[in-house]
Design a protein around this ligand. Structure first.
Ligand SMILES: [Zn+2]
Length: 340
C-alpha cells in the first residue's frame, strides 16, 4: 500500500512536470536579460494564453529599437520611409547564375535574397528554356532615388501632376529587397508583363519568397500604378499567404496586428507542406536606448522582422505537415484501438 502510494505520488509529480514542459509557456529569461525595467516590454501572462496545444516553449530575444526598421517584411510606401542600407548588399552580377542577366555590376541586392533569386531563375530556365530575364534595378540609395524623383518632376513639367516616382526614402528599392526585371533578347529590350512563357514567374515567384508588389487591383492601397516587373522578397510563407488571400503588404501587416503573441497566431502551411506560425509583437519605438524583450521560441527556428513602423513579426517554423499529421494519427489510433 505504501509502495503504491509512493508510486502514485511519483507518477503525479512526473505528470505535473511533463505538463509544465508541454504547456511550455513560462517565459524563460535569456542570459543577456540586462534590461532595465522601464525599457522592458510587458509580456502577457502566458499561463492565460491558449497556446497549450502548440507545445512551443518561449523565451525572449533582446532587440534594439532600430531592428523595427529592418527585415524581410518592412513596409516602405508613399507614407512610410526607409533609411539607406549600410550592410548586407552584394552585386547581383558577382553572385548570379547563367540563367538570367543583369544590367551591370552595380545592381545590388541584399545577399539573403540571392539564393532564392538564383533558384527561381534556375527553375524558370528549366521549365521554359528562357534565359532572357534581365535585372534592371535592385537597390537604390536615397540620393539616387532623389535624382530619379527630381528628373521625373522635371519631365512632368508641372508640379500639379503628382510624380509617379517615389520620393527619396519611399522607394522599396531602397530596402535591397526588390528588383525590376525586363526581357533582353537578341539585342532588344522589352517590358516584362508576365504573359506567355513569362507567366511562369508570376505563378511561381511565391515558391521562392517573392511577390509582385504592385498589382493592378490594389492601386488604391499601394498608391502605385500596376508594375508587373517589380518583385519584392518577403519570404515563402508570407508571399504564398498574401497571394492566396489577395493581400498586398499594407493589408497583410494590418491583418497581422490581430495575431499578437498572447492571442491566436496565424497558421500558414506552404505548398511544400511546411508549417509556420506568425505573430505580431508591438514595440515601444519611443524608447530609443537599450533593448526590449521580444518573445520567441527557444527550440524552433524562427525569423524576426520589423514592420518598419511599430513592431515585429515573428515567423516560427513548426515543421512539415507530414510530421504534424503523423503525430495526430498516432494519438488518434491510440484512442481508437486501446492496447489490450
Ligand atoms: Zn521597382
Amino acid at each position: 500500500m505504501i509502495a503504491i502510494s509512493i508510486c502514485a505520488v511519483l507518477l503525479l509529480g512526473g505528470a505535473y512536470g511533463i505538463a509544465k514542459v508541454l504547456n511550455g509557456i513560462t517565459p524563460v529569461s535569456t542570459p543577456q536579460s540586462d534590461v532595465s525595467s522601464d525599457t522592458e516590454l510587458s509580456v502577457p501572462s502566458l499561463e492565460s494564453s491558449e497556446l497549450d496545444e502548440d507545445r512551443i516553449i518561449y523565451g525572449y530575444e533582446a532587440v534594439f529599437a532600430d531592428a523595427v526598421y529592418t527585415g524581410d517584411l518592412v513596409l516602405v510606401n508613399r507614407e512610410v520611409a526607409t533609411e539607406d542600407k549600410e550592410s548586407g548588399l552584394v552585386s547581383i552580377y558577382e553572385h548570379k547564375n547563367d540563367h538570367y542577366k543583369v544590367k551591370d555590376m552595380n545592381v545590388m541586392l541584399l545577399e539573403s535574397c540571392m539564393e532564392p533569386l538564383n533558384r527561381m531563375m534556375d527553375d524558370f530556365y528549366a521549365a521554359t528554356g528562357i534565359d532572357a530575364i534581365h535585372v534592371l534595378t535592385g537597390y537604390r540609395t536615397k540620393a539616387y532615388q532623389n535624382e530619379l524623383y527630381q528628373d521625373n518632376l522635371d519631365n512632368t513639367e508641372t508640379l500639379n501632376t503628382p510624380s509617379e516616382t517615389a520620393k527619396a526614402g519611399h522607394s522599396e528599392h531602397e530596402t535591397g529587397l526588390a528588383i525590376d526585371i525586363n526581357i533582353y533578347e537578341n539585342g532588344a529590350v522589352s517590358t516584362f508583363d508576365g504573359t506567355g512563357d513569362y507567366a511562369w514567374l508570376v505563378e511561381h515567384c511565391t515558391d521562392y519568397g517573392f511577390l509582385q508588389r504592385y498589382p493592378e487591383d490594389k492601386v488604391d492601397i499601394t498608391q502605385f500604378a500596376a508594375e508587373p516587373w517589380h518583385f519584392r522578397y518577403v519570404g515563402v510563407p508570407h508571399a504564398e499567404y498574401m497571394t492566396e488571400q489577395n493581400l498586398v503588404l499594407e493589408e497583410y501587416l494590418e491583418l497581422l496586428r490581430k495575431y499578437t503573441y498572447a492571442d491566436d497566431h496565424l497558421e500558414i502551411t506552404t505548398k511544400d507542406k511546411q508549417c509556420y506560425e506568425v505573430y505580431y509583437v508591438p514595440f515601444d519605438t519611443s524608447v530609443t536606448t537599450g533593448t526590449q524583450q521580444v518573445p520567441v521560441p527557444t527550440d524552433l527556428d524562427y525569423t524576426l522582422s520589423g514592420n518598419n513602423t511599430d513592431g515585429f513579426i515573428v515567423t516560427v517554423h513548426i515543421g512539415t505537415a507530414e510530421d504534424n499529421a503523423a503525430d495526430s494519427q498516432i494519438s488518434n489510433s491510440s484512442v481508437a484501438e486501446p492496447t489490450p
